[in-house]
Every structure is written in C-alpha cells, then in structure tokens.
Design a protein around this ligand. Sequence first.
Ligand SMILES: [Zn+2]
Length: 100
Amino acid sequence: MTPAEGPLDRTVPQFCNDLGVREIRIGAKAFECIGETPPQDHPHVYLELGEHSQLPCPYCNTVFFFDSTLHEWEAVPPESLFPTNSRRTATEPPRMPLGF
Ligand SMILES: [Zn+2]
C-alpha cells in the first residue's frame, strides 16, 4: 500500500548558481540543480545526497553541501534557491523553433 506518489510528483527545491559560486549549502537531501536561471539553465537534474554530505552537480560542477541547520527550502547563498512555486504550476510550452 503506497500512496500515489512517484518521483515525478515530488516537489523538491530547485537551485541555480547564477552567482557562480563553487559551493551551495542546502537543507534538502533531494533537490534539482538547474544551473542558472532559465533560459541559461542546463538540463534540470534531480540529485539526491543520500548518505553523502556533499555532491557535485554533473553539469555545472557546483558542489552542494548538506547543512542540517538549514530548512529544506533554504540555501546559502539564498539567491541560489530558484523561486519555484510551492507545487507544480502550469508549465510553459517549450519554445520550438519553426523549421530548421
Ligand atoms: Zn548544475
């Protein structure tokens, strides 16, 4: 008996590294790194710290440090928390170029 809740239904904080810092301290064990604020973002990658206390993003090499003193939706520097709305909002349709 599992609740109808899959990985895609989970809302995790998203982090972006617009400041270009080497390390971001976060209070979440599961999160997404998007690189920079769109459209400068890299593929949104879901990352889980698991047992680790730090984890580098495979795309932008930002190192995420787990800090248990932070709230799940907090980050240092605070600018790196991407202002996602609480739950999934209407997603914008991808802008497709017309023709080649
Ligand atoms: Zn990244």
